[in-house]
Design a protein around this ligand. Structure first.
Ligand code: ATP
Ligand code: MG
Length: 416
């Protein structure tokens, strides 16, 4: 299939026509960075998100403030936009089907439907011949009873609606498994064997409607409490053979879906060097935020290009990079100071945690070389909430590491 091309900027004779407008379902930080990329190329943007204040809604030309399934909201979106994408995988499939019936919509409802259901997702990986962690589907008491002992200890994950480690319970015994499933209200789940992995990585590809596919090199990811904490992106971050295996696996996962858009696939690297696929995200990914500052084309620009049917150029990373996620915890624990210098008086601690004037030490952090601060415009810094990220670039891996560790120390982020 050849892609329909939506050129940016004013169209029509002597540029007297309308501005080409691109839409995005969801107003989170991924939508915000998509909007930034689209606008810098000359597109108008529309964000559909129910929240009055959302990171993407705040910066978009238009914000349609309705529910994702609201008929009028979807109608407005289609009326304003030539093409529509999504920034989160839990956007309801019926909404994408409606949009896809009338406008260019990528990724497709079908691809998103597979990515948002761990049972379908794993079946897809298996179909592609990419190894997955040993697992069992649990949708009935009989399936619960039939779980093999070798899957324990394991992680019980809800099939749908999980993110940042939510909807997951670690279980060591059959009794724990049974009560965890009951606590999850018996919704469809998968039980995955807990894999003692040596590291985690991810690969981001962008695939056009014509089948052209480009990729970033694999990123090395460190998760803490089920949330991405640090991404290291530079040549040599992992053995070359593993890196190319991960890229090939990701491309086959995208090709088999006939995928259009940006796709991220997360992997575990086991102690023996074996690569096991964890999950995929049908959108740009937190582990690819470094591409904004250290590559000649970012994951968000590639999302725009795939949506608009523009040529995809193979990204080139011009600087090694380390990305630190800035979670709400940095505001809550006073930049970790309360951890470094335990307070004598615990009643003072309460006051510190809720200090409305506290701000992480941006002045000191920004005095470091090659630091790029991205804050998403969120007003409330809840624990575990992704408030922003920091990308460090530099002339060498050693320099980038040194600066990133210095920034982490200032911010109260544990070293890596
Ligand atoms: P996100 O959407 O933020 O990537 P998620 O909630 O979808 O996260 P997963 O990616 O499934 O969750 O798991 C989060 C993290 O938990 C993984 O990155 C990994 O560190 C750990 N984890 C998940 N599954 C396993 C497993 N089978 N064995 C060992 N660790 C695991
Ligand atoms: Mg994950």
């Amino acid at each position: 299939m050849s892609a329909q091309v939506l050129l940016p900027g004013a169209t029509g004779q002597s540029g007297s026509g309308q501005q080409t407008t691109l839409g995005v379902m969801g107003g989170g930080q991924l939508g915000r960075m998509f909007v930034h990329a689209a606008q810098s190329m000359g597109y108008f943007t529309v964000v559909l998100d129910p929240d009055v204040i959302s990171p993407a809604g705040l910066v978009s030309h238009y914000h349609i403030q309705t529910d994702y399934l609201d008929e009028q909201g979807l109608a407005q979106l289609m009326q304003r936009c030539s093409a529509i994408t999504t920034e989160f995988e839990n956007v309801p499939a019926p909404a994408l089907l409606t949009l896809g019936g009338a406008r260019i919509t990528s990724p497709s409802a079908e691809s998103v439907g597979i990515a948002q259901d761990r049972i379908k997702e794993k079946a897809h990986f298996v179909r592609c011949g990419v190894p997955v962690a040993p697992y069992a589907v649990i949708q009935s008491p009989a399936q619960l009873a039939a779980v093999a002992d070798e899957l324990l200890p394991g992680i019980l994950k809800t099939a749908r609606l999980g993110y940042d480690g939510k909807g997951q319970v670690r279980v060591a015994t059959r009794t724990e498994l049974a009560s965890a499933w009951a606590a999850l209200k018996g919704v469809p789940c998968v039980l995955e064997k807990m894999l003692p992995h040596a590291s985690e990585c991810s690969v981001i590809v962008a695939r056009g409607a014509d089948g052209a596919c480009v990729n970033f090199a694999p990123q090395l990811n460190l998760h803490r409490d089920g949330i991405l904490a640090v991404t290291q992106a530079y040549t040599g971050n992992m053995p070359e053979n593993l890196a190319s295996e991960a890229v090939e696996a990701t491309k086959s996962i995208a090709n088999e879906l006939n995928y259009v858009g940006v796709l991220c696939v997360e992997f575990f690297v086991l102690a023996d060097g074996m690569l096991v696929v964890n999950e995929m995200a049908p959108r740009p990914h937190n582990s690819g935020h470094y591409t904004i500052d250290s590559c000649d084309v970012s994951q968000f620009e590639l999302q725009v290009r795939t949506l608009a049917g523009l040529p995809l150029s193979q990204p080139r990373q011009h600087s090694p990079a380390i990305m630190l996620n800035l979670l709400g915890d940095l505001w809550q624990n006073n930049g970790g100071k309360s951890r470094i210098n335990p307070l004598e008086n615990q009643s003072d601690k309460k006051q510190l945690e809720s200090d409305p004037n506290y701000s992480p030490p941006w002045q000191q952090v920004l005095a470091l070389p090659g630091v790029h601060l991205h804050l998403y415009g969120k007003l409330k810094a809840n624990k575990g909430r992704k408030m922003g990220h920091l990308t460090v670039t530099g002339a060498s891996v050693a320099q980038v590491r040194e600066t990133a560790l210095a920034a982490a120390k200032l911010l109260g982020i544990d070293p890596f």
